[in-house]
Design a protein around this ligand. Structure first.
Ligand code: DAH
Length: 344
């Protein structure tokens, strides 16, 4: 039956084409099933061989077996090819190039305000002061009243306060670190020698004022403490912070919690005193407020003003950092611009 051998030849062509077209292992298996698997077209022909005339059986059977073997050989080599291709693709994807440089994490460093703060603390520690803290959300009593700002007193206008809603209406964001003076004296007896660093808040914002900034407060109380001790301490502090040869100037001032009070200036670090934009042509830069503790403050904490005297001071950390580094806009400290911060 010539039809059968033509059929075999056509199956061979189609089988080879299907194997060539298969791109994946499952497509390859599908082609095998269709053409030369157990139930494939070639097997069907072999099954039907018995019905052929005896003289054709041998030739058709041999031809069908030859085609099946050929297709199987092509199948095996295509399967190996597809598997190899997948292996290479996987290896390419997963390849680890150990010669590539690692991903660099740029090392960070401390913020200039934190650094200035720790430098100030280190100086006072060496001068015998210990460090105290207090809450940022403070009672009106500690922030104002016990520091001798009576309610409604105009001295409160010196500080633009953020009030916090509360049941008794007596909470504020502390406007200065001075309340830590009161908190410390409430719980200890003299001698007292503390500094109190921390964030403070005022409703105030321009190139020299930020609504949040930092202060370091200082307090010393003992028998026979005088204004000379205050001057000596601050002179030493300035020498250690700004270097030698920077004279200090004490100007009379007013704070409710000190009497007498002073504002302290140093020789302008930019122009050395000849006058410039930073010192507004005065040759001096204000760096802190200070004074002798007002006896009225001792009254609030139960210290006997006949027995003890003390001095206190408070300085702005941003201000000191600005002077040390010649920075004219306080807002740069809080914008987190890496181009600014990486200079320190
Ligand atoms: N608390 C004051 C302020 O923030 C600064 C100050 C002045 C603190 C005089 C003091 C001091 O301890 O004695 O404006």
């Amino acid at each position: 039956m010539p039809g059968t051998s033509e059929q075999i030849a056509r199956l061979r062509e189609e089988g080879l084409a299907a194997l060539a077209a298969a791109c994946t292992e499952s497509e390859l298996l599908a082609a095998k099933g269709r053409f030369f698997g157990k139930k494939g077209a070639v097997s069907e022909i072999l099954k039907g061989i018995a019905s052929l005339p005896a003289e054709e059986r041998k030739a058709v059977g041999a031809e069908a077996n030859r085609v099946r073997a050929e297709l199987e050989a092509v199948f095996d080599s295509r399967l190996a090819g597809i598997r190899e291709g997948e292996r290479l693709a996987r290896e390419g994807r997963d390849r680890l190039d150990v010669t590539l440089p690692g991903r660099a994490l740029p090392p960070g460093h401390r913020h200039p305000i934190s650094r200035t703060m720790s430098d100030i603390i280190a100086v006072f520690r060496r001068l015998g002061f210990s460090v105290q803290g207090g809450p940022d959300v403070e009672k009106d009593y500690y922030n104002f009243e016990a520091l001798n700002f009576p309610p409604e007193h105009p001295a409160r206008d010196m500080q633009d306060t953020f009030y916090v809603e509360s049941r008794d209406g007596d909470l504020v964001l502390r406007t200065h670190t001075s309340p830590i003076q009161i908190r410390t004296m409430e719980k200890t007896r003299p001698p007292v020698r503390i500094i109190a660093p921390g964030a403070v808040y005022r409703s105030d914002s321009d190139i020299t004022h930020s609504p949040m900034f930092h202060q370091v407060e200082g307090l010393a109380v003992d028998r026979d403490i005088t204004f000379a001790d205050l001057k000596g301490l601050l002179t030493e502090f300035c020498r250690m912070t700004f270097g030698p040869g920077k004279p200090l100037r004490f100007r009379p001032s007013y704070f409710p919690f000190t009497e007498p009070s002073a504002e302290v200036d140093i020789r302008c670090v930019i122009c050395g005193g000849s006058g410039c934009r930073v010192c507004k042509d005065t040759g001096w830069l204000e760096i802190l407020g200070a004074g002798m503790v007002d006896p009225a403050v001792f009254g609030f904490v139960g210290y006997d003003p006949e027995e003890y005297t003390g001095f206190a001071f408070g300085m702005g950390v941003e201000r000191i950092a600005m002077l040390r580094h010649g920075i004219s806009d306080i807002r740069l400290f809080f914008e987190n611009d890496i181009r600014f911060l990486s200079q320190f």
